[in-house]
Design a protein around this ligand. Structure first.
Ligand code: EPU
Length: 435
């Protein structure tokens, strides 16, 4: 668990301060670093516990802001959530007291949309604010709504609140026009207690979809085919309690692997499912980074030059959009020209201006960033969203001199104590506070 640091303002006695990361770059990384439980699985599995009549014990929970927020939202709904140890919680949602999620919390994170599917499935009614989260273009939820309607729900948005109600949910076949992660999970949540059979066609296949399905099945659901394009759910009467452990975070693992590749050195990234890392490993190897895979860890070694590559982001098992900014930073350290094409989100290059401040030679043409490799130099920059923030840390580690990263709150949404963990492999990074 991260150390709690509280600074009080001398004049007001209130806790007002800005947090920044200060990095002295240009130092290779050596040692071992362990990956936490997957954020995007945790923020879906915790709401999924609302469907369970009994106590769920969930292990390998990451200590991050988004998880704290979703836990608070469950408590507001009347669920009893207890911390058993640093990475384990128990949730008892037997006695929910409301179907209306707290606006100020729900509007701050994307994954609050999972409360819609879970509450609709459990109580037949749900009221949740339109979700917030990282801003990289239009982020509609029309496919979630299409799924709920196909199951028999009425869905309306009134003054920023999504209101879903159903007398009874009945299984149906739902084709997703886009293989949306959120819609796939949300429809699974709404369907596990519905009458009859639901089929989701063109379902997303990300590792956390399989994790949510495995959690639901452990609690007594009947979900088949998660991880393929067709998911079949046969509704059951009730879900009972049980224990489940969340998978390691694919994106955190990739972030550490790319940090080692960009800064140079030799780092063993532990607690990984190597199968989830295939698209990232294959590009690292193409660039000339040495990658050695073990059963549940991957070693990254870089000495000297690596070469530019072309990458297009895609749905799993393609190259993840959530690794795009980190990979662009690595590309700035490669010899020659690289091209990164963003094919999932409309506007996920907002951070490139920050890299240009560090001397990166990058231009954006439509959906692609064209990167001419060179050297980065330290500069004051900011995190523009969660993964871009992680990328700025990698840039700071690879750059010559001092980098100061502002707006670190984005990074804390998805990475637990990142500075302490990077320091353990030799990074010169400090969290600093400015009142
Ligand atoms: N889309 C629609 N309609 C919908 C839903 C999505 O058109 O109803 C489109 C989106 O506009 C986008 C594409 O489908 O172009 C993919 O969106 P998806 O629904 O898969 O994304 P999401 O569920 O909102 C999750 C992750 C994101 C990650 C994306 C893509 C969570 C909480 N978030 O978002 O993770 O980028 O899948 O893999 O699981 C992150 O962790 O930093 C992050 C942003």
């Amino acid at each position: 668990m991260c150390k709690t640091r509280i600074i009080l303002c001398f004049w007001t006695g209130r806790c007002i301060f800005l947090e920044k990361f200060e990095i002295i770059g240009g130092k290779p990384l050596y040692g071992e670093i362990s990956v936490c439980g997957a954020k995007n699985a945790a923020v879906a599995i915790i709401p999924a516990a609302l469907l369970v009549d009994g106590v769920c014990r969930i292990e390998n929970i990451p200590d991050i802001k988004d998880v704290k927020l979703i836990i608070q939202m469950l408590r507001h709904l009347g669920a009893n959530v207890e911390h058993i140890d640093e990475t384990t919680i128990s949730i008892d949602a037997t006695n929910l007291t409301t179907h209306i999620a707290a606006y100020d919390m729900a509007s701050r994170m994307r994954a609050s949309y999972y409360l819609l599917g879970a509450l609709l499935g459990r109580l037949g009614k749900a009221e949740v604010a339109l979700p917030g989260g990282c801003n990289f273009g239009v982020r509609p939820i029309n496919l979630h709504e299409k799924g709920f309607r196909a199951l028999g729900a009425t869905v309306n948005t009134v003054r920023g609140q999504v209101i879903a109600t159903a007398e009874e949910l009945r299984g149906n076949t739902i084709y997703l026009d886009t293989a949306s992660v959120g819609a796939t999970i949300n429809i699974m949540l709404a369907a596990v207690l519905a009458k009859g059979r639901t089929v989701i066609e063109n379902a997303a296949r990300e590792p956390h979809i399989v994790d949510v399905a495995n959690f639901l099945n452990t609690m007594g659901a009947n979900v088949r085919g998660a991880g393929t394009e067709v998911i079949r759910i046969t509704g059951v009467e009730r879900l009972r309690g049980g224990s489940y452990s969340i998978i390691p975070d694919q994106i955190e693992a990739g972030t550490f692997m790319l940090a080692a590749a960009a800064a140079g050195g030799n780092v063993l990234v532990k607690n990984i499912i190597p199968k989830h890392m295939e698209s990232i490993v294959s590009k690292l190897e193409e660039m000339g980074v040495k990658v050695t895979e073990y059963d549940d860890s991957i070693r990254i070694e870089r000495e000297g030059e690596i070469h530019g590559v072309r990458i297009k982001t895609n749905y799993y098992p393609g190259f993840p959009t959530d690794m795009q900014p980190q990979m662009v930073v690595l590309m700035t350290t490669a010899t020659g020209t690289s091209i990164m094409t963003e094919d999932v989100w409309d506007n996920r290059f907002q951070y490139i201006g920050e890299l240009q401040r560090m001397g990166a030679d990058i231009r954006v043409e439509g959906k692609s960033a064209i990167i001419n490799g060179g050297r980065l130099s330290g500069a004051p920059i900011k995190a523009t969203d969660l993964r871009a923030g992680a990328a700025m840390i990698i840039a700071g580690l690879a750059a010559e001199g001092k980098t100061v990263i502002n707006d670190t709150h984005y990074i804390d949404r998805g990475y637990s104590c990142i500075e302490d963990r990077l320091r353990s492999i030799g990074a010169d990074i400090e969290r600093i506070y400015e009142v």
